[in-house]
Design a protein around this ligand. Sequence first.
Ligand SMILES: Cc1ncc(COP(=O)(O)O)c(C=O)c1O
Length: 342
Amino acid sequence: MPPEDAVIDLRSDTVTKPTPAMREAMARAEVGDDVYGEDPTVNRLEEYAAALMGKEAALFLPTGTMANLTAILAQTRPGETIILSEESHPYHYEGGNVAMVAGLMTRTVPDPFGKMSAAQVAARINQVDDPHYSHTTLVAIENTTNRGGGACYNVDEVAAIGTLCRERGLRLHCDGARIFNAAVAMGVAPEAYARHCDTLCFCLSKGLGAPAGSVLVGDRTTIHTARRFRKMLGGGMRQAGILAAAGLYALEHHIPDLKEDHRRARECRTALEAIGARFPLPSPTNILYVESPDAAAVVARLARFGVRVNPPRGNRFRLVFHRDITDAMLQRAIAALIEAMA
Ligand SMILES: Cc1ncc(COP(=O)(O)O)c(C=O)c1O
């Protein structure tokens, strides 16, 4: 149990720390050199992840950013176009790697929730046989959406985009950094989403609580190619089983706990709505955006009460609930928010 005056860190679910049981699993992990394919724990994680998502193969990577990038590199060639949301993580927060490393044009879809419909995607596909144009070859969705307030797709929406991509000969990637949050919130198996996507990556180091790591799943050929790009980008780790053991532990034990993060986010929202706080987006999972005309001052006041949040974006600041936030911390955070926003 954290001490009663522990700092309440609501900046991100990436701040979660490994539990004693997870550390125990890491300490006991059998390891080998994963670049030679000889780390039994990494191999076990990759097999587990592929089976969980109903795909042929999986690849363990150090970060979600590298998972997205290897998926993109493995399914495009420089000069082609990727369609993605204007709010998506690769578009905003991956250092421009889509342009610099993959050499792609981006065609974006505006939507406050960071989602795209099949019709919006269809309207942006370019396959005209004219040398003036860059051809669309890849579509990337995000589920749940980070900048969209943790919004999730329902399976039919993903199925419609998947069908469109298949009909038009495009590949579909899902940045499922928080795919288990989506699956838990929508009451579906994660495989129900993965089925409609060629590749999907998910993070072990966010709400699932592992210290590092992401997994990319897909067909054998695409994952083989992604493995080449992982090495090229410097992501081939050696005795990575120590990290993979944490990931396996998280997948085996922590997925059901995500619903508690969603409940705490809901409770926080309800308490703040009762004092007239405004929320620009629905928040079906663990991410809340709060709107305030003096957001920067509220954030500064929260820091004085021991509640950490990221600097605001305009008039909104973000609260992210995760497994290191207890119910007692939730109540302290709510009290601090009420006072800071008064
Ligand atoms: C939706 C989404 N995709 C990808 C990433 C990248 O993950 P990493 O920080 O492990 O590179 C993040 C990180 O917050 C994210 O929220």
